[in-house]
Design a binder for this molecule. Sequence first.
Ligand SMILES: [Zn+2]
Length: 308
Amino acid sequence: MTTILFENPIFLEHKVPEGHPERPDRLKALNLALEHERFSPLSRLEAPQGNEDLVLLAHPEQHLRTVMSAIPEEGINAVEADTYASPASLQAALTGIGGAVAAVDAVFSGKADNVFVASRPPGHHAEKNKAMGFCFFNNIAIAARHAQQRHGVERVAIVDWDVHHGNGTQDIFWDDPSVLFCSTHQMPLYPGSGAKTETGAGNIVNAPLSPDTGSEHFREAFKSRVLTALDDFRPDFILISAGFDAHHRDPLAQINLTAEDFDWATGRLLDVAGKTANNRIVSLLEGGYDLQGLAESAATHIYRLMRG
Ligand SMILES: [Zn+2]
């Protein structure tokens, strides 16, 4: 497999208040893990900054204006309850989008089989009209729409294994059967949505996990809900909302996965992509707030993408 990793130093310039879990150190920890020699074949490229028009693939113009008006000239500003912006946050968020879109272009041009985008801020909580949960714009939704509009992709599957429900992605694709959204997440937990009964146009598949469960429960739910839905849907392209906060060390949730579980789940999605999507997978970093748990899990995920 040819794997590209998109990164950019601007992602470290999105500042948050002291003690906030979604902090620049997350990417520094991942970078350290990627120094291992097994990552030497990985093609590491600078994510380009996306333009503001890309935001409009998933959000109304009013949302873009609201976010832009919340960016401070200096210091740190609260955008909503737990989402903060610093002067470089808009540029960081637009570069996250630019990286996601460049990742889609790379797999459809044949430059790569799969791509991981190591960006922050994350995106899956951003609804059509609302920044929330550390997220400004929904990177993965924008990537899915770009794949459809630029590359004529008919069926896009988004698999979200972040421990929090991807309410924003679900909101954006609620009535769009061309996009399958599958999510495993702890329930109850922030943001509160993600019940099995939330099915949209039949394209939403939620697999809630009870607190204090681990590998066995996760793998059973992934097989019976997510993989079954993917088999039926036969995606042309797979996007992963890759949060690593279901790791047992994570401070924000109570699911007890290990890096091995992310290796396993990545392998299963590679199998599906090999069958129906010409191997095409783009994976975007979402959450993961224990530095060691995040770095080990994300590095394991990337190494699995490289091996196919
Ligand atoms: Zn999360």
